[in-house]
Design a protein around this ligand. Structure first.
Ligand code: CO
Length: 210
C-alpha cells in the first residue's frame, strides 16, 4: 500500500519536476481551464484516466463512478456533462469502460449488494437490451468482456439523449462521442469506434428533444 506520508513527498517531487520544465506551470494553471475532452470512466483504481493517456493538468475534464455509467436520473454525472459541454465547450466526450470491471461482473451475478442494486440495475438493463447477442456467447469470460463493451455503447447513447447534447447538436457544436475500453491485462486503450450517430439514426427520432 502506498504510504500516507509518501503521498505528500511524491506530490512535492511532482510539483518540483513540473516547475523544472516550466517555472510558471501552476501559475498558468490557476488562470483557468480549457480542456478539449470530457472523460467519463470507472472509479477502479487500476484505470487511471490521465496517466494512461499521458495527459497533463488542464487537458481532461474527468468524471468517474462505478462502471462508468450515465444514468438519466443521476445529478452528479448530469452536472459534469452540463458544465463540460455547455460551459467548457469540450470538443470530445469519452466513455471509457474496462475489462475486468467489478461493477459489470457484479451485474452479471445474482447477489444483493444493497445500495449498489439500483446503480447496477443500469447494467442489467444493458444485458436485457442485448440478451440475444450475449446469451449466444458460450464462453463466460468473452460474454463478460462483450457486456463491458455494450455498456460503453449504451452510456454513449445515454449521453446523446441528454438535453445538453441535443441542444449542442441543433446549434452545430455537439462534441464527438467516443467509446473506449481499457484492457487492464495489457495496458492498452482501445477505441471501440462506436457509430453513435448510426445507432441514433436507427432510432428514428425517438430521443429528439428539439
Ligand atoms: Co470498473
Amino acid at each position: 500500500m502506498l504510504g500516507y506520508n509518501e503521498i505528500f513527498e511524491n506530490n512535492q517531487q511532482w510539483l518540483d519536476e513540473k516547475k523544472r520544465t516550466n517555472e510558471e506551470f501552476f501559475e498558468q494553471l490557476s488562470k483557468g481551464q480549457e480542456p478539449g475532452y470530457l472523460y467519463i470512466g470507472c472509479s477502479d483504481s487500476r484505470v487511471t484516466a490521465e496517466d494512461m493517456m499521458g495527459a497533463n493538468p488542464g487537458d481532461i475534464f474527468v468524471h468517474r463512478n462505478v462502471a462508468n455509467l450515465v444514468p438519466n436520473n443521476d445529478a452528479s454525472s448530469a452536472s459534469v456533462i452540463e458544465y463540460a459541454v455547455e460551459h467548457l465547450r469540450v470538443k470530445h466526450v469519452v466513455i471509457c469502460g474496462h475489462y475486468f470491471c467489478g461493477g459489470v461482473k457484479a451485474a452479471m451475478g445474482s447477489q444483493d449488494l444493497g445500495v449498489l442494486n439500483p446503480w447496477l440495475q443500469n447494467i442489467r438493463d444493458v444485458y436485457r437490451y442485448h440478451k440475444a447477442e450475449l446469451d449466444a456467447i458460450s464462453d463466460e469470460e468473452d460474454r463478460y468482456k462483450r457486456l463491458v463493451e455494450l455498456n460503453v455503447q449504451e452510456q454513449c447513447l445515454n449521453l446523446y439523449k441528454t438535453a445538453v447534447m441535443q441542444k449542442a447538436k441543433v446549434e452545430n457544436r455537439m462534441p464527438e462521442i467516443h467509446g473506449w475500453v481499457f484492457d487492464i491485462s495489457t495496458g492498452k486503450l482501445i477505441d471501440l469506434k462506436i457509430d453513435v450517430n448510426g445507432v441514433i439514426d436507427s432510432m428514428d427520432g425517438i430521443f429528439n428533444l428539439h
